[in-house]
Ligand binder design. Structure first.
Ligand code: NAP
Length: 562
């Protein structure tokens, strides 16, 4: 038991992870705090907004706490759950201070607006007016659950000017990823220990990177479902996914830019990859609304903030075109093939600060195929490839295969789109020194008449939850497949979908003894190429693949348990 651990202990060390708990009973709170301690939390915040036991029980709450603690009784008017009047709350706060926690959290508005509260609390806190030496530090806090308050800087000044406040805590709902930058600035300028949190889905960076910028602490929930503020993540997520223990001031920052990105699996693979090779980086989801102006303003702000050390990003729908436009606008370099495809998925900040936009999707697709066929990229020139679909993924794959000389047929539901793609890439020189292949278009219902060596699904047909769908219901009768079965050489069926791992198309193709390639292989390879572009190191592809498989299996299990 760590009873009596005071604030000096806390301030002497690095940014702490504080698990925030809404207290329902003493025993439940202590049990949860014990779990938090076991899982590596440094502090616990007891939210006593709904505490219904005698106030004297607060002493036991603190004394028997397995971790040093913060006591907070947040009123409804500041976004909390306490619904009583301020006079009753004053009594709770005095009892809380008397219980001797490491910290007591009080709202700036309450502190400045209630002289009686100050008169009663000041002797109990460790500020200049303390009558006896006290270990209770005052956290002066301010919250806005709607937006960034217009008077934020005045609030910061008021906190700085309050001598009794040992800690300044600012929390407001971020309007975009850009609001994280202001949190970092507040931390860099801190005169007293500070907590600066951008709340909501845009604010994750402020929580994870609190350690990089020397915040006093970052709040987490006991797990992802037991959180006490918008955007908070669970202890385990912070520790294992975002590698809290490895974060330092010089950690490089990466992310996946998209809209939406909450379900992206890229943070899981890249963070695990950094861990596996001992690279000092962290990778975050970066939601940016679709319009180019949002992309430009956000990416620009993140790149321009030198202490952030933002070094690169995976870029996904709907920003793949925006990335090319942006990199060109700021004088960076765009890989020629990305330019030809019109879409890039990787942003790399080079050592001299210049930007490079590239596309790892096409290379991932080609390499997955050539490896399965045991041929070189150049040897796809004598292959005939059926690409099913004419959207973004198909575009990169058509450009890549035709660029390396293969004959490509684009089969699509909407014939005009297929024809457009064919016209754009047929016999178009893309890869230096290689004669490009021809690209033709055909309606989707002619697929079973096709005679190809390689079939690639670039439609969402068969993707979760419509797992019984397939773009090739006639696979067993498809001419190319029938011929291959008669000994004309191996045939490859490649489904770019990775959820589920084994789609109906893949299962049907396996039953016909085709070589099969799943979307996981493409996903792993495109991620691996990004990883190498950023770190200069070979990617631990086995780690990537294991994580993807585990996550997809977990999702399936969770769903079948619902
Ligand atoms: P997209 O731009 O929206 O294009 C979707 C294509 O699928 C279009 O050609 C569309 O035809 C066709 N399509 C959609 N619904 C259809 C239906 N019900 N019947 C027939 N055709 C249909 O999407 P995308 O970005 O290219 O992504 C396509 C797939 O690629 C996704 O399912 C994704 O899983 C996969 N992908 C995988 C990876 C990886 O790393 N493994 C990477 C990127 C993408 P119309 O032209 O007629 O609308």
């Amino acid at each position: 038991m760590l009873t009596g651990i005071g604030s000096a202990f806390i301030l002497a060390t690095m940014t702490k992870l504080a698990v925030s708990l809404l207290v329902e009973s003493l025993s439940a709170a202590h049990a949860q705090a014990a779990q938090a301690a076991e899982r590596g939390a440094d502090l616990v915040e007891y939210r006593i907004d709904l505490f219904t036991e005698e106030l004297t029980a607060l002493k036991a709450l603190v004394e028997r706490s397995p971790l040093p603690c913060i006591l907070t009784c947040r009123p409804e008017w500041e976004g909390g759950e306490y619904s009583g009047d301020e006079e009753s709350r004053r009594a709770v706060l005095v009892a809380a201070a008397e219980a001797g926690p490491a910290y007591l959290d009080i709202e700036l508005a309450a502190w400045t607006g209630d002289p009686e509260l100050r008169r009663r609390l000041e002797p109990l806190l460790d500020g200049p007016k303390a009558v006896t030496p006290s270990s209770v530090g005052l956290i002066l806090s301010t919250h806005d659950f709607q937006t960034r308050p217009a008077d934020l800087l005045q609030r910061v000044e008021a906190m700085a000017a309050t001598a009794t406040a040992r800690v300044a805590k600012l929390a407001y709902r971020a309007r975009s990823l850009r609001d994280n930058i202001e949190c970092f600035e507040l931390l860099l300028a801190q005169h007293k220990p500070t907590v600066a949190i951008a709340m909501g889905e845009y604010g994750l960076a402020s929580r994870v990177l609190a350690k990089k910028f020397g915040a006093l602490l970052s709040f987490v929930g006991l797990d992802d479902r037991a959180v006490t503020a918008p955007g908070q993540v669970g202890l385990e997520t912070m520790k294992s996914l975002y590698r809290w223990d490895r974060l330092r001031a010089d950690t490089s920052v990466y992310g996946v830019i998209g809209w939406p990105v909450a379900h992206s699996m890229s943070p899981a693979i890249h963070n695990a990859g950094f861990d596996a090779v001992g690279y000092n980086g962290v990778y975050l989801p970066m939601p940016i609304p679709p319009e180019y102006e949002h992309f430009k303003a956000t990416v620009g702000d993140w790149l321009n903030h030198a202490p952030l050390n933002f070094r690169g990003a995976s870029v996904t729908i709907p920003h793949k075109e925006n990335l090319i436009r942006y990199v060109k606008e700021v004088g960076g370099e765009v890989e020629p093939l990305s330019e030809a495809i019109g879409a890039a998925n990787t942003l790399t900040v080079r050592d001299d600060g210049s930007l490079y936009a590239s596309n790892t999707d096409y290379a991932a697709a080609i390499d997955a195929v050539v490896e399965a066929m045991e041929i070189s990229r150049e040897q796809v020139a004598d292959k005939r490839v059926a690409v099913i679909g004419a959207g973004g993924a198909a575009r990169a794959i058509v450009a890549g295969f035709a660029g390396y000389g293969a004959s490509v047929v684009v089969y699509n539901r909407t014939m005009e789109r297929a024809a457009q793609l064919a016209e754009e890439f047929s016999n178009r020189p893309i890869v230096p020194g290689i004669t490009p292949g021809d690209v033709t278009a055909a309606p989707l219902d002619e697929l079973s008449d096709s005679y190809c060596n390689i079939y690639i699904n670039c439609t969402p047909l068969g993707m979760h939850p419509h797992v019984d769908a397939t773009p090739m219901p006639e696979l067993a009768n498809t001419r190319g497949v029938v011929d291959a079965a008669m000994g004309s050489g191996p045939i490859v069926v490649f489904d770019t979908i990775y959820n589920p791992i084994r789609t109906r198309l893949i299962r049907d193709a396996e039953a016909l003894s085709c070589h099969t390639i799943s979307g996981i292989q493409m996903f792993v390879r495109q991620g691996a190429a990004q990883f190498t572009a950023w770190t200069g190191l070979p990617a631990p592809e086995d780690v990537f693949e294991k994580i993807l498989r585990d996550r997809l299996t977990q999702t399936k299990t969770n769903e079948s348990n619902k």
